[in-house]
Design a protein around this ligand. Sequence first.
Ligand SMILES: Nc1nc2c(ncn2[C@@H]2O[C@H](COP(=O)(O)OP(=O)(O)OP(=O)(O)O)[C@@H](O)[C@H]2O)c(=O)[nH]1
Ligand SMILES: [Mg+2]
Length: 459
Amino acid sequence: MIRDDTIVAVATPPGVGAIGIVRLSGREAVSIASRLFRSRSGKKVEDFQSFRMYLGVVVDPKTGKPIDEALCVVMRAPKSYTREDVVELHLHGGPLVVRKTLEICLQEGARLARPGEFTERAFLNGRIDLLQAEAVATLVRACSEKVLELSLRHLQGAFGGKVREWEKRLLLLAAHIEASCDFLDVSIEGEEEYIRSTITTLFLEIKEELDRSKRLKPLEEGMLVVIAGKPNVGKSSLLNLLVGKDRAIVTPFPGTTRDAIEEFVLLEGFPFRFVDTAGLRDSEDPVERIGVERARGYLERADCVLVVFDRSQPLGKEDWELAQLVQSRPHLVILNKSDLPQVLTREEIGALYPGEPIIEISALTGEGRENLLSALVQFAQEYIGPEEDLSLLTIRQREELEGILRVLEEAKQAQESGAPLDVLGVLVGEALSAMQRLTGERIDEKLLDTIFSHFCVGK
Ligand SMILES: Nc1nc2c(ncn2[C@@H]2O[C@H](COP(=O)(O)OP(=O)(O)OP(=O)(O)O)[C@@H](O)[C@H]2O)c(=O)[nH]1
Ligand SMILES: [Mg+2]
């Protein structure tokens, strides 16, 4: 896999920004840059000090026409992101200027980089392992600070260290089994037990890693928080309060909200997807009925249900039904309209939700908002559990680990049923190759392309 041609891409997001960066990597990076960049001091790009910015202008070498004032930095191999010569041109952010500079780089012999190709080169040149490369992709896409933190940890190789440790143990196990196959007539004491316990501990450790990564789902996609209650209790007002804008229509008429309305919000680094739903009641109106069905669907999927009551009204049969519906789902109890004279007491709610905290709020005045927000953040924290226990895996990593689990399970059963050692050897070998695919030690080009195609261009 020799890829030593020079690639170029715009490394900043499309559109108008304060700066736009054009990034080159490869053998010709410096010479291409030297043809289109004139430093103010007259120093040639070839003579630039590594990692130092130089002020100058980008010119079209064909016409000599200046394109933009820019900063140029050279990062020489092997101390660069890709371990090749890398040059970055920091331009004024106009899309036209950035595109023109890109075109000149292409005209001077660079090739347009595919998505993720810079990171792919960092991997192919041994600067990072595949797991770290994937962490870069997650990092770039991270929609919350927590995911950012975790992918940074992956980038530093914490997960890679674990995988390599597993790989070492599998290698040792494979070697043992192979040796035993060669000397079938000599029985080594404790051999069987060693094989059994190695397979079992590996199985348990990998399973734990997978379980921990599942807890992260709400962090990656946002915690699904569904606002539910009978009509007119103030669900839409509550959504608007939570997301800080007039998102859902609020009227004094019960049955206002028909469709489910979803909004994404970050609270203290935790991503939430709040969903306002149609008030739960039996309705003759066909549109409202669909809305109520939709609401029920959301209730089933919710990571957390906000059960809303109207404090200024007595309990109704819908409130009882709702209590039944959410009994088995994680939820928070909200007593809304705290600004109005109280009719419904905490005791009455307590009978429906024994021993649970009740959050009083006024969606109209905003009173009690802080309490609700901190309850939500606390809920998310507890739901996700201690951060040091979290594991951030990509779908590919998850699938490989699941595959390894299946093979180890099979090996366990094979040993129990007294299968010959070479059968065990084949299974352990399979687990080992999967582990090596995981770190990228053994990987084919097609799989690489799939992995890196999920990146953005310029990364
Ligand atoms: N005084 C007071 N009125 C509120 C409060 N929250 C909502 N309301 C009012 O109650 C009425 C219904 O509010 P919505 O937010 O539309 O209620 P909803 O639960 O979404 O109603 P549906 O969509 O019909 O199920 C509106 O007139 C709101 O202004 C509150 O905390 N205090
Ligand atoms: Mg509503």
